[in-house]
Design a protein around this ligand. Structure first.
Ligand SMILES: NC(=O)C1=CN([C@@H]2O[C@H](COP(=O)(O)OP(=O)(O)OC[C@H]3O[C@@H](n4cnc5c(N)ncnc54)[C@H](O)[C@@H]3O)[C@@H](O)[C@H]2O)C=CC1
Ligand SMILES: O=C(CO)COP(=O)(O)O
Length: 344
C-alpha cells in the first residue's frame, strides 16, 4: 500500500482517487476549496463533479503541505490553466524521490508548452525526464462506476512509468506503458479540438457521416502536428490517439462534445462555458494549436475552422461549407510521406 496525493478534486481527480482507493492505497484528495474538502469528508460525495459515493479511505485536504506529507506519489489533475500555479506551490513541499504523474490534457497558448513541460519549468526539484503522463479514453463518470477502461502511461523514465502502471492497474482499469510522452500528451490534448467540432456537427443536425469524417480527418491533423514535433505516428493509432478521439467525439459525458453541441445549436461561447461549470480544455488548446500551425505552416483546416468559430465569431455552418469546398487533394499524401520518412 502506498500513500498517494491527488491534486485537483474535479471529476477526473475524484475518479482516479477511487481507482487508487480500490487498489488499497491511502489517498489524499487535495482541493483548493476548504468547503469542498469539508463536504467530501463529511458526506463522502463530490456531487457537482461525480454522482457516486466516494470510498471512506479517501480523505480530502485543503492544505497542500499536509496532503503531500510522506507520500510516495503525486497525481496532478487540475485544468491545464492551473498547472503552473499548482506545481509552483507543490515544488515547496516535494523532493525528487516522489513519483509525479499528471492526468490533465492541454497545451498552453503563446508558449505552446505541453503539461509536462510546464510542470518541469515550475518544479526546480524535478526533472522533465522523470514526469509521467496518464492519458487515454477514460471518462470519469464510467471510471467512477468501475466500468472497463484502458489508459496509457508514458515517461522518458521507464521505471517511473512502471511505478504508475502498478499503482493504478486493476481488473477494471487496464494500464499500458509507452515511451512516447510527446505523442501521448499531444494526442490527449488535440483530440479535444476535434471533439468540439464533433459536437458542433451534431448540434447543426449533421449525421454520422460528418462525424466519421471529422474523426478521421481530425486524426490526420493530430498526426501532422504531432509528427512535426517528433512524436511516433503509431501513438496516434493507439489509446491516447484514436482511442481518446473516438470516446470524446461520441460520448455524452464529454464536456468538449457537449460544449460544441451547444455552439452548433447557436449558443454563444461565454454562455456555453458558464453553463458547463467544468473545464472545456478544447477551447484553450484550439488557440494553442492554431498558433502553432500558423507559426510552423502546418495544414490544420479543422483546427483553423474551430478557431474562427471560437475566437472570430464565425458561424459554424460557414466553416462547414468552407471545409467541404476546399481544393481537391489526395487523401494520404503528406501522411504517407511522414510515415515513410519515419520507417524508411
Ligand atoms: N473528466 C474526465 O473524464 C477527464 C478529464 N481529464 C482532464 O483532467 C483535467 C481536469 O479535469 P476535470 O477533473 O474533469 O475538471 P473539472 O472541471 O471537473 O474540475 C476541475 C477541478 O480543478 C479545480 N481547480 C481549478 N483551478 C484550480 C487551481 N488554480 N488550483 C487548484 N484547483 C483548481 C476546480 O476547483 C475543480 O475541482 C483536465 O485537463 C481534463 O482534460 C482527463 C481525462 C478524463
Ligand atoms: O479526456 C476525456 C476522456 O478521455 C474527457 O473529455 P472531456 O474533457 O471532453 O469530458
Amino acid at each position: 500500500m502506498s500513500k498517494v496525493a491527488v491534486l485537483g478534486a474535479g471529476s477526473w481527480g475524484t475518479a482516479l482517487s477511487i481507482v487508487l482507493a480500490d487498489n488499497g492505497h491511502d489517498v489524499r484528495l487535495w482541493t483548493h476549496r476548504a468547503d469542498q474538502a469539508d463536504t467530501i469528508n463529511s458526506t463522502h460525495k463530490n456531487e457537482k463533479y461525480l454522482e457516486i459515493m466516494i470510498p471512506k479511505q479517501i480523505k480530502a485536504y485543503d492544505d497542500l503541505a499536509k496532503a503531500v506529507e510522506d507520500v510516495s506519489a503525486v497525481v496532478v489533475v487540475v485544468p491545464s490553466s492551473a498547472i503552473r500555479d499548482v506545481c509552483a506551490k507543490l515544488n515547496n513541499y516535494i523532493s525528487s524521490n516522489i513519483t509525479i504523474v499528471h492526468a490533465s490534457k492541454g497545451i498552453e497558448p503563446e508558449s505552446l508548452k505541453r503539461i509536462s513541460e510546464m510542470m518541469s519549468e515550475e518544479m526546480s526539484n524535478y526533472l522533465y525526464e522523470d514526469i509521467v503522463v496518464l492519458s487515454g479514453p477514460s471518462h470519469a463518470e464510467e471510471v467512477g462506476k468501475r466500468q472497463p477502461t484502458t489508459v496509457t502511461v508514458s515517461s522518458l523514465n521507464e521505471n517511473n512509468a512502471e511505478i504508475i502502471q502498478d499503482l493504478f492497474i486493476n481488473e477494471a482499469f487496464r494500464v499500458y506503458t509507452s515511451p512516447d510522452i510527446l505523442g501521448v500528451e499531444l494526442g490527449g490534448a488535440l483530440k479535444n479540438i476535434i471533439a468540439l467540432g464533433a459536437g458542433i456537427s451534431d448540434g447543426l443536425g449533421y449525421g454520422d457521416n460528418a462525424k466519421a469524417a471529422l474523426i478521421t480527418r481530425g486524426l490526420a491533423e493530430i498526426a501532422r502536428l504531432g509528427t512535426s514535433l517528433g512524436a511516433n505516428p503509431l501513438t496516434f493509432l493507439g489509446l491516447p490517439g484514436v482511442g481518446d478521439l473516438i470516446v470524446t467525439c461520441t460520448s455524452v459525458h464529454s464536456r468538449n462534445w457537449r460544449a460544441g453541441n451547444l455552439l452548433g445549436k447557436g449558443r454563444k461561447l461565454e454562455e456555453v462555458l458558464d453553463q458547463m461549470g467544468m473545464v472545456v480544455e478544447g477551447v484553450r488548446t484550439t488557440k494553442a494549436a492554431h498558433q502553432f500551425a500558423e507559426k510552423q505552416q502546418i495544414e490544420m483546416p479543422i483546427t483553423k475552422g474551430l478557431y474562427n468559430i471560437l475566437f472570430e465569431d464565425e458561424k459554424p455552418k460557414t466553416v462547414v461549407d468552407q471545409l467541404m469546398s476546399r481544393s481537391k487533394r489526395e487523401e494520404m499524401d503528406d501522411l504517407a510521406e511522414l510515415l515513410s520518412k519515419k520507417y524508411s
